[in-house]
Design a protein around this ligand. Structure first.
Ligand code: GLP
Length: 260
């Protein structure tokens, strides 16, 4: 696991955007896994800038989002489909037909979740999955207690998650109670993982996830078991980590080797 600690949220966004641009320029038909929430917004803004500056094209890219609120139409103000269109898709040259977000308003959850898995398999799997983290350690909407082998399915949100997201819906009661989410097993099959976290509010979840035991009670901890996982943090989110000096040494040495 590579832990990269940067000065602030801006630097985290720049790191993630540069990483994604390199991925897409190296493989124009990359399959990207995308995330929602406030954290990736800066990254998406920088991707739009890179596109506008002619440094990258998303014409042949396929995307799969992690999750969607159950019961929301794709056009709902707070749907993740709408979030993705407004924050990224509408501003780049991506083919919307190649973008996938689970259909929260589906009347047939079994079919929707099975076909989501099938679609991911059909394009050969995800090359690079972007992740955020919930204050309870969740990834996508895999709440504490989620099976580490889980697949795309319907999941009940914890009250804490609903509280965290109440700011978007006005009140906690406005937040849907369930979501369709990629499973942890699905996420772990991605060839590379890039988890971003900013702010002290994430510090406890980060320390538990990356310096604690692997456990379903802290779903993000499963990244310790992934061969290509990069955790990118600002100083606030990194505050609870005990091995900061070592992580900095690792980064410095990587840079040295790259120069040779
Ligand atoms: C939601 C999303 C997660 C995201 C989390 C953190 O629960 N389903 O994918 O990581 O929010 O969001 P934020 O980045 O706003 O803190």
């Amino acid at each position: 696991m590579r832990v990269v600690v940067l000065e602030n949220a801006e630097a985290v966004a720049q790191f993630a955007a540069d990483f994604i641009v390199r991925q897409v320029n190296g493989k124009p038909n990359s399959v990207l896994g995308l995330a929602t929430g406030s954290t990736p917004l800066g990254t998406y803004r920088k991707l739009i800038e890179a596109y506008q500056a002619g440094r990258v094209s998303f014409k042949s890219v396929t995307t799969f989002n992690l999750d969607e609120y159950y019961g929301l139409e794709p056009t709902h103000e707070q749907s993740y489909r709408r979030f993705m269109c407004e924050s990224l898709f509408n501003h780049i040259d991506i083919d919307l037909a190649k973008t996938h977000v689970p259909l929260g308003s589906t009347l047939d959850v079994e079919r929707e979740t099975a076909s989501y898995e099938q679609a991911i398999r059909g394009v050969g799997g995800i090359d690079l999955q972007l992740l955020g983290i919930g204050t309870d350690g969740h990834i996508a909407f895999n709440e504490p207690g989620s099976s580490l082998a889980s697949r795309t399915r319907l999941k009940t949100l914890t009250r804490r998650t609903r509280q965290d997201n109440a700011r978007f819906f006005g009140t906690i009661d406005g937040v849907p109670k369930m979501a369709i989410t990629m499973g942890i097993g699905t996420i772990m099959e991605s060839r590379e993982l890039l988890l971003l976290a900013c702010g002290e509010g994430k510090a406890e979840a980060i320390a538990r996830s990356f310096e604690g035991p692997i456990s379903s009670i802290c779903p993000a901890s499963v990244l310790q078991w992934h061969r290509q996982a990069i955790v990118v943090l600002d100083k606030g989110a990194a505050r609870g980590l005990s091995q900061l000096e070592y992580y900095a040494d690792c980064e410095a040495n990587l840079k040295e080797v790259a120069k040779v």
